[in-house]
Design a protein around this ligand. Structure first.
Ligand code: LMR
Length: 400
């Protein structure tokens, strides 16, 4: 019965790893997926995660029962505090509904399904460009996806005027997706002053902000600074959605641990929202997994572990910043034509190089360097050892 089924294309991001794995070259380099690697090119399990896992193993009273539909209660509380701040009025007034999600993607999906069922405006505006999975997640949940201008290829920076114009023309009440920090794929974030203007526009038009926070701690190295955009929208008393992922900032990629928080107008509304989120989750995956959330709850709930985490997080962020500098210097020393200063100006895990699809294909074919076809490279996959190889490849691609 499936004779006529077509072969589906690989995922534009995860498919890069599939292609990389098939390449026998000893010099191959995977800069596709946003996953942290050490200077030795190895995946990193944070020390603090190992400690938390040991504590969980040593705790003989732990069982493997189902979690509630909404997930681990401590984890939810601590996650809301991490993104909104311990002194957040919304938390103090108990008007935040938080549910555990399957990392960022699952949290976005649950939020989107909820909006399709309960929100009057089913249009979501997403930045152009954005993470490739965003339009798919929202479309499949039943929202209609539109874009607003975000990135200006000419300046390799924010197209702030375009953003204001497009959102200014959007119908009131629309949902607006915002990257809380370290915009993926561009590495370009609004300044605090620009955020304030965006906030005013969003509130004046009655839009519903939906934050995707996948890189808290990775943009500036400070958890609080990276949550400022979200917190501005809580400080004004308005509503918002926020999806969090612990894939990058705790290195818990495969544990699929994240959260969705809905900031409401009152505790009563938050309670009703939570009851409806349960109806979204139960038929989708029943209830979320225990292990990753237990690790996160241990780390966030213990002052010493928390402090150690911030040190390890900062070390990851700093290594990425040093890769930016090294790549930039390597291109300058080769005299590679063009202005490459965006490599050091952009923030977070990625550099949006400006290389085109053809140049990317050339670098993959001739240099065995793998990246997404839009020219995004994961700086976290780079090391001092591999910078020269990448710089040679970029140089060859732009001068051929
Ligand atoms: C990325 O953008 O590389 C990551 O968020 C991984 C993913 O799931 O796409």
């Amino acid at each position: 019965v499936f004779e006529s089924i077509n072969q589906a294309p690989e995922d534009p991001i995860l498919g890069v790893t599939v292609a990389y794995n098939k390449d026998p070259s000893p010099v191959k380099l995977n800069l596709g997926v946003g996953a942290y690697r050490t200077e030795e090119g190895k995946p990193l399990v944070l020390n603090v995660v190992k400690q938390a896992e040991q504590l969980l193993i040593n705790d003989g009273s732990r069982v493997k029962e189902y979690l509630p539909i909404t997930g681990l209660a401590d984890f939810n509380k601590l996650s809301a505090t991490l993104i909104l701040g311990a002194d957040s009025p919304a938390i103090l007034e108990k008007r935040v509904a938080t549910v555990q999600g399957l990392s960022g993607t699952g949290s976005l999906r649950v939020g989107a399904e909820f909006l399709t069922r309960h929100y009057y405006n089913r249009t979501i505006y997403i930045p152009l460009p954005t993470w490739g999975n965003h339009p798919k997640v929202f479309t499949i949940a039943g929202l209609s996806v539109k874009t607003y201008r975000y990135y200006d290829p000419a300046t390799r920076g924010l197209d702030f005027q375009g953003l204001l114009e497009d959102l200014g023309l959007a119908p009131s009440g629309a949902v607006v997706l915002l990257h809380a920090c370290a915009h993926n794929p561009t590495g370009v974030d609004p300044t605090p002053e620009q955020w304030e203007q965006i906030r005013q526009l969003i509130r004046s038009k009655g839009f519903l902000p939906f934050f995707d926070s996948a890189y808290q701690g990775f943009a500036s190295g400070s958890l609080d600074t990276d949550a400022q955009s979200v917190r501005m929208f809580v400080a004004d008393g308005g509503e918002l959605f926020a999806a969090q992922s612990y894939a990058k900032n705790m290195g818990l990629y495969g544990e699929r641990v994240g959260a969705l928080s809905v900031v409401c107008k009152s505790a009563a509304v938050a309670g009703r929202v939570e009851s409806q989120l349960k109806l979204v989750i139960r038929p989708m995956y029943s209830n979320p997994p225990l292990h990753g959330a237990s690790i996160v709850a241990k780390i966030l709930g213990d002052r010493n572990l928390f402090n150690e985490w911030t040190v390890e997080l900062k070390a990851m962020a700093d290594r990425i910043i040093s890769m930016r500098k090294q790549l930039y210097d390597a291109l300058c020393s080769r005299g590679t034509p063009g202005d490459w200063s965006h490599i050091i100006k952009q923030i977070g895990m990625f550099t949006f190089t400006g290389l085109n699809t053809e140049q990317v294909a050339f670098m993959t074919k001739e240099y065995h360097i793998y990246m997404t076809s839009d020219g995004r490279i994961s700086m976290a996959g780079l090391s001092s050892r591999t910078v020269p190889h990448l710089a040679d490849a970029i140089h060859a691609a732009v001068t051929r």
